[in-house]
Design a protein around this ligand. Structure first.
Ligand SMILES: Nc1ncnc2c1ncn2[C@@H]1O[C@H](COP(=O)(O)OP(=O)(O)OP(=O)(O)O)[C@@H](O)[C@H]1O
Ligand SMILES: O=C(O)c1ccc[n+]([C@@H]2O[C@H](COP(=O)([O-])O)[C@@H](O)[C@H]2O)c1
Length: 201
């Protein structure tokens, strides 16, 4: 499943679409929980899971795209959530490139990038991270194990002025970038690493 025609999931003009990129190696109920929380807290109409061909910062390649997509579709069955292999079809690996391509393909949609707080902590290592911050609003979901959840990280400090309060965060998708919000959701300790370590994948 490396490439092939690009068919984007359905979304109506003007809708707010959350994008949850991940290795999903394997998908787990933590992904499901943060997706539902993100829809509720950030006022999203839809969420697209972007199953990554491979995180540019991770040295070991994941399981096959076909296997991860199939497992993700079996796990995430919400009617407003779509599991996609868009990055393989766009031939993008870097989030900045994926976002630019999606904004070019669907300029009528409002995209919001979603990520767990572990990723906020190292977001300043992502390619063109300032460009990402400046192009889409970002919703961060609390995850255990990252201290203050990246809230004191270089990216969080650089964009402190663009942070919404928790009571404003339902407006996130309607804000112009840069804008980001941190959601203190009930913590979920699941991780793909732990599942792989137990041989559950
Ligand atoms: N339990 C969780 N709580 C909050 N965010 C999570 C949780 N699990 C995953 N995420 C977030 O979901 C996105 C995709 O995660 P990913 O597919 O890498 O799963 P993972 O469990 O972090 O995998 P790994 O352990 O292999 O790094 C990332 O932004 C990650 O921060
Ligand atoms: O673009 C980058 O430089 C970059 C660096 C690290 C991670 N990402 C993206 O972040 C998302 C989460 O990655 P992961 O492996 O933690 O699931 C996934 O969509 C990756 O492609 C992107």
């Amino acid at each position: 499943m490396a490439g092939g025609p690009l068919i984007l999931p359905p979304a109506g003009r003007g809708q707010i679409v959350g994008l949850l990129g991940g290795s999903f190696d394997p998908p787990h109920l933590g992904h499901v929980a943060i997706t539902k929380q993100a829809m509720a807290r950030f006022g999203l109409d839809r969420v697209w899971w972007l199953v990554s061909p491979g995180n540019p910062l991770k040295p070991n390649g994941p399981a096959s795209m076909a296997r991860r997509v199939a497992a993700a579709r079996a796990m995430m069955t919400h009617p407003r959530v779509s599991v996609t292999d868009i990055e393989a079809r766009l031939h993008t690996r870097y989030t900045a490139d994926t976002l630019a391509a999606l904004q070019r393909l669907r300029p009528d949609l409002r995209f919001v990038w979603l990520m767990g707080s572990d990723n906020l902590a190292q977001f300043h290592r992502w390619q063109n991270w300032r460009g990402i911050m400046d192009s889409v609003p970002i919703g961060v979901l609390a995850r255990p194990g990252s201290g203050l959840g990246g809230q004191l990280s270089p990216a969080a400090r650089a964009y402190a002025g663009a942070r919404l309060t928790e009571t404003q965060s339902h407006l996130l998708g309607r804000k112009a970038a840069p804008a980001w919000a941190f959601a203190h959701i009930p913590l979920n300790g699941l991780s793909s690493t732990a599942i792989r370590a137990k041989g559950g994948w």
